[in-house]
Each structure stands twice: as structure tokens, then as C-alpha cells.
Write a protein that binds this ligand. Structure first.
Ligand code: GDD
Ligand code: MN
Length: 368
């Protein structure tokens, strides 16, 4: 039986020290298994001897791409995937955390019908080497929980992955930012049959982790982008409601500040009536505030349209929503048959006002 061809994409940044032992371990698997393994290293200009090391080894099954002007784990992986000519692909870390001995099991899982395989610390038989500080552990837990809306995989943060190259054909705009290329591929390629193969995750022996605070910040953004992809309507609506809440605070603050400015300083606190000009100006400020953030975050998909048209449409529709809110709140709050009439009125009025403004804006102004 001919050996099955498999390409391992190995992203590296300053891993020259770790590479020799990893390559030796992969070579053992190569000799002992039914797999024709080749290794494609994507290095981001480490300048630490990685290039000369690979040149000296001169193994026909190892190739190296050096990116001179780019940095980033996910984008390096995607760059490597562009070059892959085999149907089966593996992605793993170069620091020795991921055991090459598990590669045959991941390919077997694909042949058994999985459309994506994750080397997992959290399934039965998987483990993590001791020595993870409480902080890194907590970090990993929080990140894993944040991935829950997208997949039920127990270790969605894993960077040890196997899949068929052809799944990339169905992929919708893959995001090259950040560290979590596995999560990104599972979601964007629409993989439903994900299998987890247990691994023992070893602590790196040499070199340093590149997981910085910035990487964690990028992960947060990544999760929001994924949510927009999987639940666009929900994200859009809740963002609109959240912006509306900040808008209410902006309204009250503006109202107080403007009233202060335009009433004479000699007037005592009690007899300052709020002039209508202050109310009008505060409404306008709050609406403009809402517009800026809603256009950016709640209606992110409609940035290509004319901004003046959007602004006027938004102001008109929100004015109707605000008037509806005002009348519902004031008429309900005087009712004697409704319990907690004031609060009920305010909540119902706001809810109806926000829902009206949102849906009419979506239908008429911010179209996809
Ligand atoms: N080309 C390239 N460019 N490679 C990079 C870059 C980069 O900017 N940043 C990191 N790498 C490579 C590293 O050289 C290593 O081979 C691999 O990506 C993982 O980087 P580490 O710095 O070792 O990351 P980690 O151990 O903190 O994170 C790993 O474990 C996590 C789970 O705890 C990764 O596998 C993560 O994907 C995984 O979520
Ligand atoms: Mn590592």
C-alpha cells in the first residue's frame, strides 16, 4: 500500500534551539508509520540560525519559507497552507509542546470520517505538563469558555490540528489575525464533525513563549468577529442596545452641563428650570454620539453607504423612536392599575423605542 502523503505546517519564530529535537522526533514517525510526511516551516525572519540549520540538514522532505516583513502565528500558518500540495495537513507548534507521535492517530481520525481533528489536552487521556502558573491556567480557561458559542470542542485553543486541505475551499473570509487559527478554521470552514485526539502538552524546554498581552487582546477582538460571523443579527441588536445605554448617559451629562452653561451663575440650584434649548442640544449630542458608535459597531456591515444619508436617516428614525418612548413612558407611569407604574413605563417605553429605532434603521438605512 502506498504511504499516505501528509504535510506538516510548522510556524516558527525564534525556535532554532527547539527545531533539531523536533525534527528528529518527526523523522522517527516518518520512518515508523504508514505516512509520507513532509515538513513545511514558515519562519518569520527569526535570524537565529533557523535558515542555516535547515540548509545544512538538506533533507528533501523539509522545506522552509521565510517571511521577511510579516509577523503573526495565524498568518504564517495560512501562508504555509497556500503552498501545501497534499490532501492531509497538520499544524503544530515548533517548541516541542505537541507530540509528533500523535500524528498518525490524527490522520486515522480523518480517515475515519472526522472533518477536523484537534490534539486535545482536555479529553480522556490528554494532559498538561505541570508547571503552568495559575495565571496562564486561568487565562486558558477564560479563553476556552469564550469559545463556547462557536464549538463544543473541549480544547478549542489547541494549536495542534489536522484536516483535509479541501475544507479550505468552503471557507468564508478567514481572519489571519491572532493565535487561534484552529477555532477560526472550525468556524469558517463549517466543520461539524470535530474529533479530539488526546495529547500530553509538554512545557517548552527552550526559548520563550510568544503569547503576549497583545495576543490576548487580539483574541478578544477575534471572538467578537467570530460572533458577528455566526450570530450577526444578535450581535448587531445587542450592540445597538448597549450604545443606546451609553447614549442615555451622554444625554443626561450634556443636559446638566449645558443647563449650567446657559443659566446665570447667580441663580440658585433649586430654581434652575431646564431650558428647552438645552434639551434640544443634549438630544442632538446624544444622537450624534449614538450614530458614530452604531455606524461603527452595530451596523458594521453597512460602512459602504453614504454617511450623510445614514446620519439623516438615523436621526429621523431615532427621533420617532424617542417620541414613542416618551409617550409610552409618560402615559403608563400615571396608570394606577399597573404595579410600579413609573419603572414599568420607563422600561417598556425604552424597550419599544429601542426596538423600533433598531429595526427601522436596519430595514431602511443600514442595509447589508
Ligand atoms: N511564523 C511565526 N510567526 N510563528 C510564530 C509566531 C509568529 O509571529 N508566534 C508564534 N509562533 C510559533 C512559535 O514559534 C511556536 O512554534 C508556535 O507558534 C506557538 O507559539 P508559542 O509562543 O509556543 O505559543 P504558546 O505555547 O504560548 O501557545 C501554544 O499553546 C496554546 C495553548 O495553550 C499555541 O499552540 C497556541 O495556538 C495554543 O493556543
Ligand atoms: Mn509553546
Amino acid at each position: 500500500m502506498p504511504k499516505q502523503s501528509v504535510t506538516i505546517v510548522l510556524p516558527t519564530f525564534e525556535e532554532a534551539e527547539s527545531l533539531p529535537s523536533l525534527i528528529a522526533a518527526i523523522e522517527v514517525v516518518r520512518d515508523d508509520s504508514m505516512l509520507d510526511l513532509s515538513l513545511l516551516i514558515v519562519d518569520d525572519n527569526s535570524n537565529d540560525g533557523t535558515e542555516s540549520l535547515i540548509e545544512e540538514l538538506a533533507f528533501p522532505w523539509i522545506s522552509l519559507i521565510v517571511r521577511r516583513n510579516e509577523r503573526g502565528l495565524s498568518s504564517a500558518v495560512l501562508r504555509g497552507l497556500q503552498e501545501v500540495a497534499t490532501e492531509f495537513c497538520i499544524i503544530m507548534d515548533a517548541d516541542g509542546s505537541h507530540p509528533p507521535e500523535t500524528i498518525p492517530a490524527t490522520i486515522q481520525a480523518l480517515q475515519d470520517g472526522a472533518d477536523f481533528v484537534v490534539g486535545s489536552r482536555y479529553v480522556k487521556g490528554g494532559s498538561t505538563e505541570d508547571g503552568w502558573g495559575a495565571l496562564r491556567w486561568l487565562n486558558s480557561k477564560v479563553a476556552t469558555i469564550m469559545a463556547r458559542p462557536f464549538t463544543s470542542v473541549l480544547d478549542p485553543m489547541s494549536g495542534f490540528l489536522a484536516f483535509r486541505h479541501s475544507i479550505l475551499q468552503n471557507a468564508a473570509d478567514i481572519n489571519p489575525v491572532g493565535y487561534k487559527i484552529g477555532l477560526e478554521l472550525i468556524v469558517k470552514c463549517g466543520c461539524t464533525n470535530v474529533t479530539e485526539v488526546p495529547i500530553h502538552f509538554r512545557t517548552r524546554q527552550l526559548g520563550q513563549s510568544k503569547l503576549t498581552l497583545r495576543v490576548q487582546w487580539e483574541y478578544l477582538q477575534h471572538v467578537i468577529l467570530l460572533l458577528r460571523f455566526t450570530h450577526p443579527r444578535l450581535v448587531s441588536f445587542f450592540t445597538f442596545a448597549a450604545v443606546g445605554t451609553t447614549g442615555a448617559a451622554v444625554y443626561i451629562a450634556s443636559l446638566l452641563a449645558i443647563t449650567r452653561l446657559i443659566t446665570s451663575p447667580s441663580a440658585s440650584e433649586v430654581d434652575v428650570a431646564i431650558p428647552w434649548q438645552a434639551i434640544a442640544l443634549a438630544i442632538w449630542i446624544a444622537m450624534t454620539w449614538n450614530f458614530i458608535w452604531d455606524r461603527k459597531y452595530a451596523f458594521w456591515f453597512a460602512k459602504h453607504q453614504n454617511v450623510l444619508f445614514q446620519y439623516f436617516g438615523f436621526v429621523c428614525i431615532c427621533s420617532v423612536g424617542a417620541i414613542a418612548n416618551f409617550y409610552i413612558t409618560s402615559s403608563l407611569s400615571v396608570s394606577e392599575s399597573i404595579p410600579l407604574a413609573g419603572l414599568t413605563g420607563a422600561l417598556l417605553g425604552s424597550a419599544i423605542g429601542i426596538a423600533f429605532s433598531y429595526f427601522v434603521n436596519r430595514m431602511l438605512v443600514f442595509k447589508r
